[in-house]
Design a protein around this ligand. Structure first.
Ligand code: ADP
Ligand code: MG
Length: 478
């Protein structure tokens, strides 16, 4: 983490770094200092506030005791200024007394701050266009710089969604409308949407891209209603080239917002503008959303992201390890990939925790230390579910007898559920492979290993199996 700030007391002032004036690129020291402040802000203000307001602060420069940071919108700057700026300044000074103040400037997102066409004779419309972009920048949510295609690991469960996202960025045309991405929490929907926005910004800088959550869409709409500015609202939303709405399920049951969204949607589709939507459910399962809108949402390409497989989780962990530059043994990655299966966010969180812990304690990362550090997480996953319980639930789900779980019968309709039960036993209990084998009619541990691999593989290919596993898992973990 913050190597030089901790490492060499001789170089420290309180923390003792001589900050140079760096009006252009921030120096390494400055970046480290900023990292520490990030950590401090997170601790002091809590995760939710940090994520929504403070994380988007981007370090820009340091000069004469002033630390300059930027945010993408005026609205954010004003909010941070009134609510947090004083404290942040104090934190900076605590970290390094050289820093006397923090200046927050507005630097619009690269997507939105392109200049009006120089050659345009019609400066008036160019200025109007810039105004429009500025107001769109205020509505658009900031993009996470880390959510790029480069950092997205592709595997069977997300291959279709990934390919579709790529396709949308490829050409100036609209290949399908809308692109509808859906899947469970933490499986990469937002990541893919941001990745699209980043590519658009570079490859099609003239396009106006608007990205926001459905919740924010509603908020903007209600605000416009109250202020009697719905015309303005309509104009803004209808003038974009690409509209991305994240977590559309949020507008279920919110009738007037839906109505407005439906009109916006139709207007944009009519103009052949690209729409990208994410959701936690398939269009047909979006209860509380008007039938017309639901069927309209399914008109383009519907791409689902399946629950992750062991392979994909391992791939993601390898990629994150590389990015962190941390010394994490393969066995630990394998352990995490096997144990932390709920979603990718939690998986990343687990890896970050063990790396941070090793950093602080200056200890090597081992399987033992991992189990210790993640005790609470792993325990909540284990929650003392027994193999007997798993066997009962699986048998019930597949309409089998309990004895089929132990029997030697190898017919597919019995063998497959048995493999699912073995897989869940490994996943949800702390039992070893031989112990599990014994519980399944005295089978060998290699048979159990094979079953686990098989089920992992099938879950990527076969939506039915993935769903079966998920249903039983939910029934067991509550
Ligand atoms: P969702 O929007 O589906 O709830 P996110 O896009 O926020 O999920 O993803 C949760 C976290 O997992 C993010 O930090 C994201 O970068 C990471 N993540 C998800 N899928 C992948 C992937 N295939 N490769 C790399 N990171 C991923
Ligand atoms: Mg999301």
């Amino acid at each position: 983490m913050s190597e030089s700030l901790n490492k060499a007391p001789a170089q420290l002032k309180k923390n003792n770094i001589n900050l140079e004036d760096t009006p252009l690129e921030p120096t390494v020291e400055l970046k480290k200092l900023w990292n520490n402040i990030h950590t401090a802000m997170r601790k002091e203000f809590g995760e939710a506030i940090f994520r929504s307001w403070l994380k988007p602060l981007t370090l820009r420069a340091y000069y004469h005791g002033t630390m300059e940071v930027s945010v993408p919108t005026r609205f954010m700057r004003d909010w941070i200024q009134t609510h947090y700026a004083e404290r942040i300044s104090a934190m900076c000074t605590e970290q390094n007394p050289d820093v006397k103040r923090v200046q927050i400037v507005v630097v619009q997102n690269a997507i939105l701050d392109d200049k009006p066409d120089e050659s345009s004779k019609d400066t008036e419309s160019a200025v109007a266009n810039l105004d429009l972009k500025a107001s769109i920048a205020e509505i658009s949510s900031p993009l996470d710089q880390r959510f790029t295609f480069d950092s997205f690991v592709v595997g069977k469960p997300n291959a279709l969604a990934h390919a579709a996202a790529r396709r949308v960025c490829e050409s100036a045309s609209v290949p399908f409308n809308p692109l509808f991405l859906y899947g469970g929490v933490g499986l990469g929907k937002t990541h893919l949407m941001h990745a699209i926005a980043h590519v658009m910004a570079t490859d099609f800088p003239e396009k106006v891209v608007m990205y926001l959550s459905a919740e924010k869409f509603m908020y903007q709409f209600v605000k416009a209603l109250r202020a009697n500015e719905t015309m303005n609202f309509k104009d803004q939303f209808r003038s974009v080239d690409v509209l991305m709405i994240d977590d559309i399920q949020f507008i279920a049951g919110k009738d007037s917002t839906q109505e407005e969204f439906f009109h916006t949607f139709n207007a944009l589709v009519d103009q052949n503008k690209q729409i990208i939507i994410s959701s936690d459910k398939a269009p047909s399962d979006l209860t509380g959303i008007d039938e017309r809108l639901r069927s309209r949402l399914a008109w383009g390409l519907v791409a689902d992201i399946h629950p992750s497989t062991y392979e994909l989780r391992l791939g993601i962990l390898h990629s994150k390890r590389e990015k962190l530059g941390a010394n994490v043994p393969d066995s630990v990655l394998e352990f995490l990939a096997l144990k932390v299966t709920s979603n990718i966010r939690e998986l990343e969180g687990a890896l970050n925790r063990i790396v941070a812990h090793a950093d602080v304690t200056k200890q090597e990362i081992t399987l033992e230390s991992t189990q210790e550090v993640l005790q609470d997480l792993l325990r909540s996953h284990d929650r003392r579910i027994t193999i007997d319980e798993i066997q009962r639930k699986v048998a019930e789900h597949y309409n089998l007898r309990l004895t089929d779980m132990h029997s030697a019968r190898r017919a597919r309709q019995v063998a497959r559920p048995r493999q699912v039960a073995m897989y869940l036993s490994k996943l949800l209990t702390a039992r070893s492979l031989p112990e599990i084998g014994r519980k399944f009619g005295g089978r060998d541990h290699t048979t159990v290993m094979h079953a686990i691999r098989k089920v992992e593989e099938l879950m990527g290919d076969d939506a039915q199996i993935a769903q079966d596993v998920e249903v039983v898992r939910r029934a067991l973990t509550g």
